[in-house]
Design a protein. Structure first.
Length: 452
């Protein structure tokens, strides 16, 4: 068994649901936490998706809960994975709830992969919700196959498929009710949730968008949405196959921050930035970046005993532009937006030519968009273009090709020149609201240690 990259696919925004009866709006019964052994133990008696970043040094706990209820297409028992401060006094009051991505036929916590350290530094709680059948029933990789004993109680209505599972939207909505207004067992303990952010990436950005459009008003409780890495451009091809990225909730709904990589280029904004909507396009970033790829390989080694390797492509795969830094800044921008009504700063779109392709500089890097210092003061060609027999090469992995020494010397005659320019770019990104000061400091430290 060889697993593919973490986020295989994004689908068009308006995903259809099967015809069913009226959705069931209820608070499910929660049980747990489920006893767990040490992650990596051969018994696999621990939560799937157990964090690769140790949570205890941050003063956090990680626990798995089961929750049960009924939907318009049948009863269910699913699970949620909860990471929260061990000391309730450290809880910020905000919980981030992620719809587990199942593009690889297993549950994946894509936001946690990119932003775990920031979430824990902030004192936020994080909950991963298993809502789709593929994450539970997929042969070899689904929860029930991975540990038949631990996940024996899980049962989801097998009606519809992929993003067209009507029960999945009701399961997610009921999970939110159990998190925000628990009856009986409280997954977050004895705390008050003051702010709830719902999030999904790639395929689960499609389901999250559908949920926001069709179901969220029934269940309530969502204060804002972070939707990322979704455009039908993600399906590949150049120019992109679709140009539209509409806001899922409309002018009167909770605020939506949509963050895309260059892989997910939008080309045209059908919903202009306004009081409840922002779209950021991160130049040079790719749908699967180096951090996500390495996390995926580590999960495969720990949880499946598979020594996975990067795809063999024409160019070195996986952008090193840190999408997670834009996501960290986006989470904080959403916090302010929900609390004070002050929206994030408007960001320029990527620049496109008349055929809808990104305009690039002499070194092959895209112009415009959100420019993190690693792209603004580039040491590599970072973009969505790649090729190879492995389908993950393009456009999901993209490329990161280091500049030759002669080009680096031309751009930055000395290491001191490079670091000085990097610091200015980092300061500009902080002022623009797309980079947090703590992430900027770490990026500067990395630049200082680099060979550029």
């Amino acid at each position: 068994m060889v697993l593919a990259c973490l986020a295989l696919l994004a689908l068009p925004v308006a995903a259809a649901q099967a015809d069913t009866g009226a959705p069931v709006v209820a608070t499910p019964e929660v049980s747990g936490p489920v006893a767990a052994g040490q992650p990596g133990d051969p018994s696999r008696d621990y939560p799937f998706d157990a964090s690769l970043v140790p949570v205890a040094p941050f003063g956090y706990t990680e626990s798995e809960y089961l929750f049960s209820g009924t939907t318009s297409v049948g009863p269910y028992t699913s699970r949620m994975l909860v990471r929260r401060p061990a000391d309730p006094r450290r809880f910020s009051g905000r919980v981030i709830v992620e719809w587990a991505n199942v593009s690889n036929h297993l549950d994946a916590d894509l936001l946690w992969i990119q932003s775990a350290e920031h979430i824990m530094r902030s004192g936020d709680a994080y909950v991963l919700v298993s809502a789709q059948t593929d994450g539970v029933y997929a042969p070899e990789t689904g929860l029930k196959a991975w540990n038949p004993q631990r996940y024996a109680p899980l049962s989801l209505p097998q009606v519809g498929s992929f993003v067209s599972e009507p029960g999945s939207y009701e399961i997610f909505g009921q999970a939110l009710r159990a998190i925000r207004s628990p009856v009986g067992t409280a997954p977050l303990g004895d705390v008050t949730v003051r702010q709830l952010i719902a999030t999904g990436a790639s395929q689960s950005a499609a389901t999250m968008t559908t949920y926001a459009q069709n179901d969220a008003s029934l269940y309530g409780g969502v204060d804002g949405y972070l939707i990322w890495e979704l455009s039908s451009a993600t399906l590949g091809g150049s120019p992109a196959t679709s140009a539209s990225i509409p806001s899922p909730t409309g002018a009167g709904g909770p605020p939506v921050l949509w963050i895309n990589t260059e892989t997910d280029l939008a080309r045209k904004r059908t919903t202009p930035d306004g009081p409840t909507y922002r779209l950021w396009e991160v130049a040079g970033a790719t749908h699967v970046n180096e951090r996500a790829a390495q996390w995926g390989f580590a999960i495969q080694r720990r949880d499946f005993g598979v020594d996975a390797k990067p795809p063999v492509c024409k160019y070195r795969p996986y952008s090193r532009i840190p999408t997670g830094e834009a996501l960290d800044a986006g989470l904080e921008a959403l916090r302010t937006w929900v609390t004070d009504g002050r929206p994030p700063t408007k960001q320029p779109p990527l620049r496109y030519d008349k055929n809808g392709n990104p305009v690039r500089d002499a070194y092959g890097n895209a112009l415009g968009g959100v420019r993190l210092p690693e792209q603004g003061v580039a040491t590599a060609q970072s973009n969505r273009e790649n090729s190879g027999r492995d389908p993950d090469c393009a456009p999901l992995a993209g490329r990161s090709v280091p500049f030759p020494a002669a080009v680096l010397h031309k751009l930055y005659p000395t290491h001191t020149d490079y670091v000085a320019r990097f610091k200015r770019a980092a300061a500009g990104a902080v002022r623009a609201g797309v980079l947090l000061p703590e992430d900027a400091r770490q990026s500067i430290r990395d630049a200082e240690r680099s060979e550029a």
